[in-house]
Design a protein around this ligand. Structure first.
Ligand code: NAP
Length: 421
């Protein structure tokens, strides 16, 4: 299997290294495209590239080459990459990519083109990096009827939230994540949930056979979480994670990405650092958990090479048709409401009055000692109810005169299967 590599960055150069470490892989890099080739040739991992491989700054030198069987795309982004991959598929080349944006937004068309041309388009590295959730779901679980997927799809958010468990504040941990290279200078795609929802769409297509638009999935930021939420969550037997979830519901998909309270007994809570985790729920097989390194050059390159080898071995790919479905953001769940108030008599009665008007039942009220009266945080949890209903109550409460900042409203994950979530 002769590989034409597009991109010699973090994953591309790691792919060369991982491949060089495999004896008799039956896979060989013949061409590499990147801008600034001279700079790339002096990269310390360039020594893993076979001496006879051709380096080029012209993408056509890879796409049109007779000595390329599979184009491995590790550039990233939508344009012009989409056109380049179309050209590769049209020319009858197999394609392997780690590009989640491309597969989330343009996957349906590209898969149709690959099928028409009788070639493979594999993307195992596009979700959860080195965790084989894509082949695991596509091959290992295609015999089940999956109804729900949930989990941690963004390693940056997981690093931030799991580090905050020890009492640190959001900004402090974000600074640390940026210094360690786990978070971008502009972290919004990660912390605001946009990266995770692209991955969630890819999983929904594969696991739920639902073609959904990433823009339709509601995404909440983790930037509003503070250390005090971890203290209250602990008392409730929970911690906080950025959870991505999608579930089939009456011919629609209920989906969302955002911070949630997660029971400490749930595997989702066990995921620390930059690790990813996906839990699938099947009608016949029950829950299955996938966990491991969701990013990083080497783990991602392993997924890419596994795809190339699957093509080399002509492994059958199970492809079940997906149909377009509407997304609903609403979900029935208990909710966690955290208020920061300037203390005065009658606050709890005022809040309870708003919740009662919106027919939201209170489950518990928690207040820790030791906070200043002019910025007093306390928590109310609700019984399970529609998030839109709680949202309307919270919007009304935000205008109450004693609120120092808008209330924080988070869903709480509940276990269907007591062994997992
Ligand atoms: N890094 C991870 O942990 C990870 C995990 C899962 C999936 N992925 C996906 O893997 C892909 C590659 O990510 P990466 O982290 O390896 O990115 P990266 O380090 O930025 O590497 C991208 C490489 O492609 C080159 N490139 C980008 N656009 C180009 C263009 N238009 N023309 C020519 N060369 C171009 C870049 O050249 P310059 O050096 O000149 O910029 C760089 O060498 C992305 O789709 C990403 O989402 C990455």
């Amino acid at each position: 299997m002769r590989v034409g590599l597009l991109g010699f960055g973090t994953v591309g150069s790691s792919f060369a290294e991982v491949l060089a470490a495999q004896e008799g892989a039956g896979v060989r890099i013949t061409r590499i495209f990147n801008r600034g080739v001279e700079r790339k040739r002096s990269h310390e991992r360039a020594r893993f590239v076979p001496a006879e491989a051709v380096w080029t700054e012209r993408v056509e030198d890879v796409l049109e080459a007779a000595d390329v069987d599979v184009v491995v795309e590790l550039l990233g982004g939508l344009g012009p990459v989409e056109n380049w991959l179309r050209a590769a598929l049209l020319a009858g080349r197999h394609v392997v990519t780690a590009n989640k944006q491309l597969i989330a937004y343009r996957g349906a068309d590209l898969f149709a083109l690959a099928a028409e041309k009788g070639v493979q388009l594999l993307y195992g590295a596009a979700v959860a990096g080195g965790v084989p959730v894509i082949p695991g779901v596509a091959q290992g679980l295609s015999g089940d009827r999956l109804t729900r997927i949930s989990g941690i799809l963004n390693g940056t958010c997981n690093f931030i939230l799991s580090s905050m468990e020890s009492g640190a504040e959001y900004q402090e941990v974000l600074d640390r994540a940026q210094a360690a290279g786990y978070a971008e200078a502009d972290p919004s795609a990660d912390v605001d949930g946009l990266d995770a929802r692209a991955k969630l769409c890819i999983l929904a297509r594969l696991a739920l056979h639902a073609e959904i638009d990433p823009e339709q999935i509601p995404a909440e930021t983790i930037a509003s979480i503070s250390a005090v939420d971890f203290a209250y969550a602990r008392e409730l037997g929970c911690t906080l994670r950025q959870v991505s979830r999608a579930e089939l519901l009456d011919g629609m998909v209920s989906a969302g990405v955002g911070p949630m309270l997660v029971p400490r007994s749930s595997p989702i809570a066990w995921s620390h650092g930059t690790r990813n985790m996906v839990v699938t729920s099947g009608r016949f097989g029950g829950d299955v958990v996938f966990s491991g390194h969701g990013a990083g050059g080497h783990p991602t390159a392993v997924a890419v090479l596994s795809d190339v080898r699957a093509i080399a071995e002509n492994s059958a790919q199970v492809r079940l048709p997906a149909r377009r479905m509407k997304v609903v953001g609403d979900a029935v769940a208990p909710h966690y409401l955290r208020f920061v108030v300037a203390d005065e008599p009658g606050i709890v009665a005022a809040i309870a009055g708003v919740l009662a008007r919106h027919q939201v039942n209170i489950d518990s009220l928690l207040q820790h000692r030791g906070y200043p009266a002019e910025r007093l945080p306390f928590v109310i949890t609700t019984e399970p109810c529609l998030s839109s209903k709680v949202g309307r109550a919270v919007a009304e409460m935000a205008a109450l005169p004693f609120m120092v900042q808008p209330p924080l409203c988070l869903q709480m994950l509940v276990a269907d299967d007591p062994e997992t979530v």
